[in-house]
Design a protein around this ligand. Structure first.
Ligand SMILES: NC(=O)c1ccc[n+]([C@@H]2O[C@H](COP(=O)([O-])OP(=O)(O)OC[C@H]3O[C@@H](n4cnc5c(N)ncnc54)[C@H](O)[C@@H]3O)[C@@H](O)[C@H]2O)c1
Ligand SMILES: [Zn+2]
Length: 373
């Protein structure tokens, strides 16, 4: 039988590279309107996505700055909490935008922590097949981690961040003054990610954190420098490996066992950063037991972690249970665990053949660690 097949070749040029900047500047929220103006399509409208908590503290100055630029805008809210980082909320927000008449010339402005940022950026990436988004992060985690790098998403009942997109913002506006209202526990949890950046690649950043055991209250400039150094470190890693094939993996330092601890405790006992803090301590211990990290370096790291992130809720989960959760994580491809292990402060290696017995021993040591203050 004769077939009459035709073949149409498609050649789609590669997407344009994403070029954008993160700006760390005290008081910049009051100038957000001018930034929005730069990225707003002509005749377009800004949609501020936030939650009631953040809106209560920082909604008014942002709206005033938009009004000062005569930028038409509306504010839509997600309820506060990780449990609202889900698809049904995305649909609800998109419906509100359609009802308000938002078209392709809309610019989304994400005002809030990582939950708001991830949902707002996901929404922007799919609303009418994509509109721009500007991140205005208001938690330490969002400032130094989630706003930059282009990962967006929501959770499913089966796990965190299981659906999402890679979609970069047009700009990130960090006003460290917004941290003034952040609960201390949130700030200290965020410090775990800052220490992570120091250990994986920036000893100077680590030293900066180490030099401030009592925090940043008396020195705003040092805090801003710390945030900037974290962003620089993440930007450098992500630019080299946007989709986590290789180098981006080092950002998972402390996360292999940290995620396991979170999931083993139903995401209720630890803030993410607190679990990562324990995960870094455990990873350091694995490295010491393997003989690839001097014990003094691990002790130095642990001291900074306890000072900056503590008090950490104690681990009450058995090592075997933590390890089981680690092996079933989505990033453990085919059950193979990758560990990012420090070889010095400021340097890490990725190791995939850590024996289970050694992981269990390191976890047992971590659980029993003497907290020195
Ligand atoms: N996209 C990424 O690359 C990436 C990276 C890291 C984390 N994340 C995601 O980020 C989320 C965690 O972010 P988070 O730690 O910012 O939590 P969050 O967004 O839940 O914020 C923590 C709490 O602080 C409140 N808050 C925010 N800013 C405030 C302020 N200035 N003053 C007072 N209260 C304020 C929030 O309302 C919330 O109750 C997780 O969903 C995680 O998956 C994403
Ligand atoms: Zn993290």
């Amino acid at each position: 039988m004769a077939t009459n097949a035709s073949r149409i070749a498609m050649h789609i040029p590669p997407a344009a590279p994403a070029d954008y900047a993160a700006e760390v500047s005290r008081g910049s929220l009051a100038r957000a309107g001018a930034v929005v103006r730069r990225y707003l399509p002509a005749g377009g409208r800004a949609v501020v996505v936030t939650n009631p908590t953040v809106r209560g503290f920082w909604g008014a100055p942002l709206q005033a700055s938009l009004a000062a630029e005569q930028i038409p805008h509306l504010v839509i809210e997600l309820p506060d909490g990780e449990s609202f980082k889900r698809l049904s909320e995305l649909e609800r927000l998109a419906d509100q935008m359609v009802t308000a008449g938002c078209d392709r010339d809309t610019l989304v402005v994400a005002l809030g922590g990582g939950v708001v940022g991830d949902v707002a950026a996901f929404l922007a990436s799919i609303y009418m097949r994509g509109v721009g988004v500007i991140q205005v992060p208001t938690t330490l985690v969002a400032m130094i981690d989630s706003a930059l790098g282009g990962k967006t998403g929501v959770n499913l009942a089966h796990g965190k961040n299981l659906i999402g997109t890679f979609y970069h913002p047009s700009h990130i506006l960090v006003d460290p003054e917004t941290l003034a209202s952040l609960p201390e526990r949130e700030f200290r949890a965020g410090m775990a990610e800052a220490i992570k950046y120091g250990v994986i690649g920036d000893e100077e950043l680590f030293r900066l954190i180490e030099s401030r055991p009592r925090g940043w209250d008396s020195d705003a400039a040092a805090l801003d420098a710390m945030i900037t150094a974290c962003l620089r470190q993440k930007a450098e890693v992500v630019a080299g490996d946007e989709r986590e094939g290789g180098r981006r993996r080092i950002l998972n330092f402390g996360h292999t066992l940290g995620h396991a601890l979170e999931s083993a405790t139903g995401y209720a006992r630890f803030r993410h950063g607190e679990a990562v803090a324990w995960g870094m301590i455990a990873a350091g211990r694995i490295a010491v037991l393997r003989g690839s990290l001097p014990a003094e370096a691990a002790a130095r790291m642990n001291k900074v972690i306890f000072a900056a992130c503590g008090p950490l809720p104690a681990i009450e989960t058995a090592p075997e249970v933590i390890l089981r959760h680690a092996a079933s994580d989505k990033k453990a491809r085919a059950g193979v665990l990758h560990f990012v292990l420090p070889t010095a402060i400021g340097q890490v290696e990725v190791v995939r053949d850590v024996p289970a017995a050694l992981i269990l021993a390191a976890l047992a040591d971590t659980i029993n660690i003497e907290v020195t203050r």
